[in-house]
Write a protein that binds this ligand. Structure first.
Ligand SMILES: Cc1ncc(COP(=O)(O)O)c(C=O)c1O
Length: 382
């Protein structure tokens, strides 16, 4: 068994994630427990909102600090970050904000989460755009497969960095480089990657990225990061409210000048507690160190794949270098029809995994350990 990287001495998993005292939680690819840091941020906000005078100014200063941390997390500039409701809204900013031409082509995959499918189906239906969907083979894609699908009419490649049902991690650096060279837009759903595998929008030549905080970022649902590359800010038409414009706080003014940066995509008041909690969890992950988080999760998922194979479960997730993530998808030797009852029995024994499109899916985070994996293996039926 590969040794697991040590957590910092001052980090106590049971304190920061009290869920570990009563559950073996291996479902971060669904909705993760929030960290104690995120919890404290929400409680602090609620206390202030209940007791103190109007504090919007103070909260909005903190929101700008979160914008800074979110930018640092993905190698972006602060001015390239907007807060959105969720991953889907960020994707919708792109789908609804671009001026599509009949005959444009979008390349994506046929196994995407619905929020990476319906927006392109909609655009295809409304504007006569061609939606090309690539099929996975044994839970994998190759970068070459994506590049082979590009034509002179390809306007955009839209991928989930990590596919939700297989855990396959696309080679964004290679795909992004080709897209940039050919003037093709590159839109990435990063909800299954940010906080667990490295993401850098500059190195990966990403143009648009969206990710909510409730999975690998260990924050509540409903506060997402949307990134728009600076040079493309004016390419997307934002949905309009009152906050998009430069003189947003001059309420009697009619000056329809959009903010020059990504804040133009924020049309109204923020989900303040959500964003503050997101900031607290990002700070926690940065304190632990993202390379350490990635290293620990890679060790745990590697161990899980090995133990599953020993138990004659078919592992679907790729084990190849660069293709792994926090997700291990697998199939029972008794077939997919056994999955629902397995998930149910595991839950009865206080172990949480998920079933997704005919597969079992386990997704440990950095604070899990080998004993959690062993417990799952022990309870899975032979
Ligand atoms: C790849 C992927 N994208 C998007 C979502 C949904 O994100 P949101 O609810 O933030 O729009 C999920 C949720 O499971 C997902 O796995």
């Amino acid at each position: 068994m590969e040794a697991i990287a040590r957590l910092p001495d001052d980090f106590n998993p049971a304190d920061e994630f009290p869920i570990t005292r009563s559950w073996t939680f291996l479902n971060h690819a669904a909705v993760a427990p929030i960290s104690r840091s995120a919890h404290q941020a929400v409680v602090e906000f609620a206390d202030q909102a209940m007791h103190d005078a109007y504090l919007t100014g103070k909260w909005y200063t903190k929101i700008e600090e979160v914008r800074e941390s979110a930018a640092a997390l993905i190698g972006a500039k602060k001015s390239e970050i907007a807060f959105a409701k969720n991953t889907s809204e960020g994707i919708a900013f792109v789908a609804a904000g671009l001026e599509w031409q009949k005959g444009d082509e979008i390349v994506s995959t046929s196994v995407g989460y619905p929020s990476m499918v319906y927006p392109w189906m909609d655009v295809a239906q409304r504007f006569g755009v061609k939606h090309v969907e690539l099929n996975e083979s044994q839970g994998r894609f190759t970068a070459q497969q994506v590049l082979d699908a590009l034509t002179p009419r390809t306007r955009m490649v839209a991928l989930s960095h990590v596919e939700f049902a297989s855990g396959f991690r696309h080679d964004l650096a290679q795909i992004g480089r080709h897209c940039r060279d050919r003037g093709i837009l590159f839109c990435v759903d990063a909800i299954q990657s940010i906080g667990v595998v490295p993401v850098n929008v500059v190195e990966m030549n990403i143009d648009f990225l969206s990710a909510d905080g409730h999975k690998w970022l260990l924050a509540p649902e409903g506060a997402a990061i949307f990134y728009c590359r600076e040079e493309l800010t004016s390419l997307l038409r934002p949905e309009m409210g009152w906050m998009n414009v430069i003189n947003a706080n001059d309420f009697g003014k009619r000056d329809f000048t959009l903010k020059p940066d990504a804040r133009r995509f924020e049309c109204g008041s923020h989900n303040v507690p959500g964003v503050l909690a997101l900031g607290a969890s990002i700070r926690l992950l940065q304190r632990i160190s993202l390379p350490l988080v990635h290293q620990r999760v890679s060790t745990l998922t590697g161990y899980l794949r090995q133990r599953l194979a020993e138990k004659k479960y078919r592992v679907i997730s790729s084990a190849q270098q660069g293709e792994t993530s926090g997700i291990v998808a697998f199939e029972s030797p008794h077939g997919p029809q056994a999955h629902a009852s397995i998930v149910h029995e595991l839950e009865r024994q206080r172990i949480i995994i998920a079933e997704r499109v005919g597969r079992l899916r386990a997704s440990p985070h950095f604070y899990n350990n080998f004993a959690d994996i062993d417990r799952l293996i022990d309870v899975l039926p032979s």
